[in-house]
Design a protein around this ligand. Structure first.
Ligand SMILES: [Zn+2]
Length: 416
């Protein structure tokens, strides 16, 4: 199916904004196409945003653990509830998470959780693009089985252009060294994403060193964990030497400023990472630690907190922070996303350019980073297909999904 979007104010590759006609042939942007013509009446069209670290199903935990540290947050609140989650809970939680992302202009996600088939199905039912990285840990003695399932899942969906599998060794404190090594080894057989949490909290480094007698990054590098398909979630406490190494290896850092600040974990060294040439993208983390799934707000807060830390208003310039939310993800993900050039996937959002946040149009990039109101997002397209239009989801029954979600939440609480 082809589409012609006329009178669109298109966000260009060079950060320009031009009134033009946008052509879409099947799932990609084209130089020309004949097809259904839609008049956008000057609305802004920009690439969909990319959320490179999330656990979508955890929308079901939104607001359950407030004002506690990461250790209590995990051990007292999250892990006991995760024990009780069913595959149906994961499906409905993920679907609600993905719907929230679409509504907020996110068209691609990288998720790490379990019951990967349910997450995959939720993404497919809605029509959002992404990587479903099976969360892996061997603290329960079932690591090997999980890795086999992860590999099976990755193989099964390798040719799916919309949702692919990946590997998600959870962290160095939930995977033994041997297990982490095995996961990395298996992941090398596939040209797909591997992602893990690293140095998220201040005490992770010392705990690991005390237990294993080696620096976390030194260990991970020795097993080849830093490759071009690697997304390091957080990296809040990486030092300069480690950033230099990560840059050399070509890995990506997913910067999660809100989650890191909210859990009191610190401010990631993003200014230094960029100076050293590390590819940086943005992540929301889960709705249990954020509590919303919105990359526009990560762009704003992520830039502001670096400026506040260094008392410097010239760092993380507009172009830089927009690239983090859009095109930088292309360097690490197996999708042609992040810009609206011909040949790229037609993953885009249509924004009301007359919204308060967008006027005057003196500096549209500044409006996008510092003033954006996601209520101004009128339509969302993934792979040439409209999936959201004027507040309604076109692929799923939004009202029914919310009803099912509330029921699942109530049932989960009754099982605790
Ligand atoms: Zn996380």
């Amino acid at each position: 199916m082809s589409k012609v979007l006329k009178n669109a104010l298109v966000f260009g590759n060079d950060f320009s904004f031009k009134e033009q006609t946008l052509y879409i042939e099947n799932d990609r942007i084209a130089d020309f196409a004949m097809g259904e013509v839609e008049d956008l009446n000057g609305m802004l069209v920009m690439p969909g945003l990319v959320n490179t670290h999330t656990h979508a199903a955890m929308t079901i935990f939104r607001g359950i653990a407030e004002d506690v540290d990461l250790n209590d947050w995990l051990l007292k609140y999250i892990f006991p509830r995760e024990d009780k989650l069913t595959e149906e809970d994961i499906y409905i939680g993920s679907l609600v998470g993905f719907m929230e992302m679409i509504k907020n202009g996110i068209t691609t996600f990288v998720d790490m959780y379990f019951y990967e088939d349910a997450i995959y199905q939720a993404a497919k039912d809605l029509g959002i693009r992404g990587i479903v990285a099976r969360g892996l840990a061997d603290t329960d003695g079932k690591g090997e089985k999980k890795l086999l399932l992860a590999e099976k899942f990755v193989k099964k969906h390798n040719d799916d252009p919309l949702v692919k599998g990946g590997f998600g060794p959870h962290a160095i404190y939930t995977c033994s060294m041997d297990y982490f090594k095995e996961v990395v080894k298996v992941s090398k057989n596939y040209d797909l994403t591997i992602t893990f949490h690293l140095l998220e909290s201040p005490d992770e480094r010392d705990n690991f060193k005390k237990e294993n007698g080696i620096e976390p990054v030194e260990f991970l590098d020795s097993i080849g964990a830093f490759g071009k398909n690697t997304i390091i979630a957080h990296g809040t406490h990486l030092n300069s030497d480690e950033l230099r190494l990560i840059s050399k290896r070509g890995s990506t850092i997913s910067y999660n400023p809100t989650s890191n600040a909210k859990l009191g974990n610190g401010i990631a060294p993003i200014k230094e990472a960029i100076e050293m040439g590390v590819n940086v993208t943005l992540g929301t983390d889960s709705a249990a630690s954020n509590n919303s799934l919105n990359i526009f707000s990560e762009m704003k807060f992520g830039a502001l907190i670096q400026r506040a830390k260094f008392c410097d208003p010239k760092i993380l310039k507009l172009e830089e922070i927009v690239r983090m939310g859009t095109s930088n993800a292309r360097k690490v993900l197996p999708f042609d996303i992040g810009t609206l050039e011909s040949g790229m996937l037609a993953d885009l959002i249509v924004v009301d350019a007359d919204n308060f946040s967008m006027i005057p149009k003196e500096n549209m990039l500044a409006n996008i980073v510092y003033a954006f109101d996601t209520a101004s997002i009128k339509r969302v397209m993934v792979g040439g297909k409209w999936i959201y239009h004027d507040g309604a989801f076109l692929t799923v029954d939004g009202k029914k999904v919310i009803e099912n979600f509330e029921k699942a939440y109530g049932d989960l609480n009754s099982r605790l």
